[in-house]
Design a protein around this ligand. Structure first.
Ligand code: AMP
Length: 349
């Protein structure tokens, strides 16, 4: 990376690796000097959610490694692998800015390495498959990988667990960092680390949101302004349901979820009534109230255990765009799946 001439004390020093041996060699030198590594796995297209994990990792480790790799095996055959946003230049700029901030914070670690492998490096034996019954070396975590997101996206968590196992083996980080935004992913990674005795600590960072509550996501760039305005319905529904638990002390499924379903159904009906050049139609995949460890649906929240409120909606392709309308990356042609969740924390009983 280049040196910033306006800040003589600051020199972004992170190294970029594309191959495993060089990264391993570098990682070994850190181990021998008692430094600690926190790994933040990402698919790039970085936003504040990713950066908050980098900052958290820097408060707990001397060295932060960030992987940037769009993993093909977690995309289903008809999903958006080929159009997934790739923003290498702006990602590097963002990381340089965060590294500068870390350099001026005392007692804080720094961004040390970026790992950006090719698919040939990550999948050295077979071409990676996205087929449900495709062959290959995979890690599967069931049944927790089969519910919620796993129902609609049957290869997703097999791909996530497999790529994370590879990354953990390559980097051997003391700690790994994942966002609460993808709650099922956090549960699966924790289970994988436990069941395979992986010597790392799984750390979870809070969900970063836009001002109106929409959870940040690399996929939000596909929305465009019309669908973006309606997309807040998911977080509004989940926050309203959380209120039933926190303020109204409700613990039964019906008493918590009714309001979320009401808000969503009203929004669906409102969009249906609008003319096609104004509306942003969407479908609900699920609104769930589940156990925090198994992610099985619960009828009653045990306050000593808490629960996970989560939901997924699919914003349908934009209809009849008007002249000059911001249709989002890709022109509004595809649907955009949005997920979100809120943890209902344990409460003293
Ligand atoms: P991705 O690049 O989408 O695979 O995400 C990489 C990591 O960033 C995952 O651990 C995500 O859970 C996390 N992440 C994504 N969006 C957010 C967000 N809005 N807030 C916090 N973490 C996030």
């Amino acid at each position: 990376m280049s040196t910033d001439k306006t800040h003589p004390s600051f020199a972004p020093s992170f190294k970029i690796f594309h191959e495993v041996p060089a990264l391993r060699q570098y990682r070994k030198t850190l181990t021998t000097t008692q430094r600690t590594v926190g790994l933040v796995p990402t698919m790039g297209a970085l936003h504040d959610g990713h950066l908050s994990l980098v900052r958290q990792a820097a408060t707990e480790n001397t060295d932060v490694f960030i992987s940037i790799y769009v993993n093909p095996t977690q995309f289903g055959v008809s999903e958006d692998l080929s159009t997934y946003p790739k923003t290498w230049e702006s990602d590097m700029k963002l990381l340089e800015i965060v590294d500068r901030e870390l350099a001026s914070t005392s007692g804080c670690g720094r961004i040390s390495a970026i790992f950006a492998p090719s698919t040939g490096t990550m999948y050295p034996t077979l071409p990676p498959t996205s087929e449900v019954d495709g062959k290959g070396s995979f890690v599967t975590i069931t049944p927790v990988g089969e519910v919620l997101e796993g129902k609609t996206r049957p290869v997703f968590f097999r791909g996530v667990a497999t790529v994370c196992m590879k990354l953990f083996n390559i980097v051997t980080p003391e700690r790994v960092y994942f966002g609460q935004k993808d709650v099922q992913q956090t549960v699966i990674i924790k289970r994988m680390v436990k069941d395979f005795h992986i010597d790392t600590d799984v750390r979870i960072g809070e969900t970063k949101r836009e001002e109106d509550g929409l959870a940040m996501s690399s996929r939000n760039v596909y929305l465009g302004s019309r669908r973006r305005a309606v997309a807040t319905v998911l977080s509004q529904a989940l926050f309203a349901a959380q209120e039933q638990y926190l303020s109204h002390k409700k613990t039964s499924r019906g008493d918590i979820l009714w309001i979320a379903n009401d808000i969503i159904n009203e929004a669906v009906a409102k969009q249906e009534e609008l003319p096609s050049e104004q509306r942003a139609r969407f479908e609900v995949d699920y609104i769930s109230l589940a156990d925090p460890e198994s992610l099985e649906e619960v009828d009653e929240v045990e306050p000593s255990r808490g629960a996970v409120l989560s939901g997924a909606i699919k914003m349908l392709p934009l209809e009849d765009p008007v002249d000059g309308e911001d249709t989002g990356l890709g022109g509004g042609i595809g649907s955009v799946r949005l997920i979100d969740n809120i943890v209902l924390r344990e409460q003293a009983v």
